[in-house]
Design a protein around this ligand. Structure first.
Ligand code: NAG
Ligand code: NAG
Length: 189
């Protein structure tokens, strides 16, 4: 009897969770959606064509796999770093109004490990270096068959890496937790 009751309660909770996840949040303002569709790839006033390829792959991947886990999608993580999380969060919600950025799963550890290497699995992990980030973002551009590339590694530092580094304030490299915090709380734009 006790088991049965527990089972029923669990079933109700699961059902409630499913409903909560499927409830559309406030629809994004259509003007915002038009704005970000037009300004795709513009981050703190700087347009990077290569970033657009990452964003399109991210959006298509989320849509085609019906995913609610952008930080478990490598091209979305890369897109956040080249477009800022503010625009990307809104743009994802324009495509799927049921998405709630504060509810996204935290940065997938396998993606983080693919950025930093095997030291991710050592005691205490290891922080992301600039070289790790460069390899990640060029690797993602290659993975999405980008035909456009950043002008130089200096551009990558100035436009994409330094703003993250400035926000996390963890020196020249960025630990998992701080990078994850940046994804959730920086509202970078
Ligand atoms: C998402 O995918 C569906 C089916 O593949 C398609 O009909 C729809 O237009 C896509 N939505 C967006 C916003 O691309
Ligand atoms: C990139 O190109 C390869 C080879 O043509 C193809 O198999 C793959 O699906 C493409 N990837 C994307 C994301 O378009």
């Amino acid at each position: 009897m006790r088991f049965a009751l527990t089972a029923i309660i669990s079933a109700v909770l699961v059902a409630a969770g499913v409903n909560a996840a499927a409830t559309p949040r406030a629809q994004q303002n259509p003007n915002d959606c038009l704005h970000y569709a037009k300004y795709t790839g513009i981050y703190h006033g700087n347009y990077q064509q290569s970033c657009v390829h990452l964003i399109y792959n991210c959006m298509n991947t989320l849509n085609s796999t019906n995913s609610r886990d952008p930080w478990g999608t490598a091209s979305c993580v890369a897109s956040a770093t080249c477009w800022g999380t503010h625009a990307l969060d809104i743009y994802m919600q324009c495509q799927d109004p049921t998405l709630e950025p504060s509810q996204f799963p935290t940065l997938n550890y396998n993606i983080y490990a693919s950025i930093v290497g095997d030291c991710a699995y050592q005691e205490g992990g290891c922080p992301i270096t600039f070289q790790n980030y460069v390899d990640f973002v060029y690797g993602q551009l290659s993975a999405v068959n980008s035909t456009d590339w950043p002008g130089s590694v200096d551009d990558v530092a100035q436009n994409w890496w330094n703003p993250i580094k400035d926000w996390t304030a963890t020196g020249d490299s960025i630990p998992y937790t701080n990078f994850n915090d940046w994804l959730f709380y920086s509202d970078s734009q």
